[in-house]
Design a protein around this ligand. Structure first.
Ligand SMILES: [Fe+2]
Ligand SMILES: [Fe+2]
Length: 472
């Protein structure tokens, strides 16, 4: 593949060797990144060989090279999807103009903020997940956790590349700040709420990958439409990696669901906990929690910021170019679910200010497809139970529903009813303590913890009992 430099430490296809200024900036940042990785990356296992996928180029052969690597030696590279010849800006007031290769001066601050906000989520999730290795249910899962972690690290690199290459001194300062904020820290928290929550156990981890990484997919997909071409190409390549993170989430929860069903059938009981599984009602509570936290990431239903990002040509809709309209949204409307008094209503709002809600709708539909597949597992065991996404107004902290209490089935309820019922809807301390009690690390080759079914197949055509992490 032409144009790819195999610089020893930073594989890339951005001609890093020829861009001395950028190379210097990244060489200066790299030791700080490694220091952050040592302090805030996976706790333990740093000296172990992990069977990881590394991207060494963006073509079919290079983007998924598998082999054993110690995590600190992972080659965090910088990759942009191949350029589209004569790419244009596809929406907003610059529609039809050539895509920008440099940052347009008037949008500099806005664009930087968008990139920093996305970039901040990447190290945040590594921090949230750093203690999980010790309680892994199998070597297969341990490897998947670390794969997600190193790729989130690479996504940080991707955003830092954009900041360093295109935003000068401000960009370099932002790159440093990305290593200084800490998930859950009172004084210097990560920017977005969901990225300051704890991920204390593997059920939470799989839910996070399913719901919160999926928010990432939709944000990246909208940024992949950007008129700022380097951002578009960066995000397009990140999306290829993100797919695996959602696979980890969906299949992880699916295996826990499967194990619960097996126990229910085998012992003819609903008392799954008695046999060391996670019961379906508890899984439902975790869905309610992680879905509601992730829905907030899309922002307010009606948002002039979202409208501006669109009009400026910086952030499009999900699959913008596949949509058949004027791509300017000057006159159209969009149905938005909101609150009027004590009623939940659907109201037509101007399409341009409803872009957050539209993206949230795309996201919810995608989540529902995954939940349907979990329900297929339940059905295949002949069990009468349906997992559901909570109503989008449930437990929201941002937007129209922030001021009201909404039940998972979508009724506005009183404080009194909330107080009486929320323990039925969200994980309680007892639920969390129970899940925590299951978290005993299983690292014997081919063995899997009793609360989760074994994976259906291995990684990269390896058997499921492959030595995914060499602990010896
Ligand atoms: Fe990511
Ligand atoms: Fe991710």
């Amino acid at each position: 593949m032409a144009g790819i430099d195999y610089i020893e430490r930073i594989p890339n296809n951005v001609s890093l060797a020829e861009n001395r200024r950028l190379l210097r900036a990244l060489e200066d940042w790299q030791p700080k990144f490694l220091e952050w990785w040592r302090d805030m990356g996976p706790d333990g296992f740093q000296a172990k060989d992990v069977y990881l996928r590394t991207a060494t180029s963006v073509d079919a052969k290079g983007w998924a090279q598998f082999g054993y690597t110690r995590m600190p030696d992972y080659r965090w590279g910088i990759f942009l999807a191949e350029p589209e010849a004569d790419r244009q800006i596809n929406f907003g007031e610059h529609q039809g103009q050539p895509a920008w290769q440099e940052v347009p001066g008037e949008y500099r601050g806005t664009l930087r903020r968008l990139i920093v906000t996305q970039g901040d989520t990447e190290p945040a999730s590594v921090e949230q997940q750093r203690h999980l290795g010790r309680t892994c249910p199998s070597l297969y899962d341990l490897r998947n956790l670390f794969q997600v972690n190193v790729e989130e690290g690479r996504h940080l690199w991707a955003m830092v590349y954009l900041l360093d290459a295109h935003f000068g001194r401000d960009g370099r300062e932002e790159s440093e700040a990305l290593l200084q904020r800490r998930s859950g820290d009172h004084d210097k928290p990560r920017i977005l709420g969901a990225f300051n929550e704890r991920t204390p156990d593997w059920l939470s981890f799989f839910m996070f990958c399913f719901f919160t990484d999926r928010d990432g997919k939709y944000q990246l997909a909208s940024l992949a439409e950007s008129g700022f071409d380097p951002l578009s190409r960066t995000c397009r390549f990140m999306l290829t990696e993100e797919a695996h993170h959602m696979f980890v989430g969906e299949s992880g929860v699916g295996r826990i669901v499967q194990r619960a069903c097996e126990i229910m059938r085998e012992h003819k009981t609903d008392d799954v906990r008695r046999y060391g599984g996670v019961d379906l009602p508890t899984i439902q509570k975790y869905i309610n929690f992680h879905c509601s936290v992730s829905l907030d990431l899309f922002g307010s239903e009606v948002s002039t910021n979202a409208a501006n990002f669109y009009t400026m040509g910086l952030k499009g809709r999900f699959e913008e170019t596949k949509r058949k309209d004027d791509h300017r949204l000057k006159d159209g409307t969009y149905p938005v679910v909101t609150v009027t008094g004590d009623q939940i209503v659907t109201r037509d709002e101007p399409a341009l200010v409803s872009l957050n809600e539209r993206l949230r709708d795309d996201y919810v539909a995608d989540c529902q497809r995954g939940v349907n597949r979990w329900n297929e597992i339940i059905k295949s065991h002949g069990i009468d139970f349906t997992l559901k996404l909570p109503h989008r107004g449930f437990r929201r902290a941002i937007g129209a529903f922030a001021e009201v209490k909404v039940s998972p089935d979508g009724r506005i309820i009183s404080e009194a009813e909330w107080d009486a019922r929320h323990r039925d809807w969200l994980p309680t301390e007892e639920d969390e303590a129970y899940v925590a009690s299951l978290m005993q690390g299983v690292t014997e080759r081919g063995k899997v913890a009793g609360w989760i079914a074994p994976p259906a197949r291995g990684i990269n055509s390896q058997p499921t009992d492959f030595e995914y992490v060499r602990l010896g």
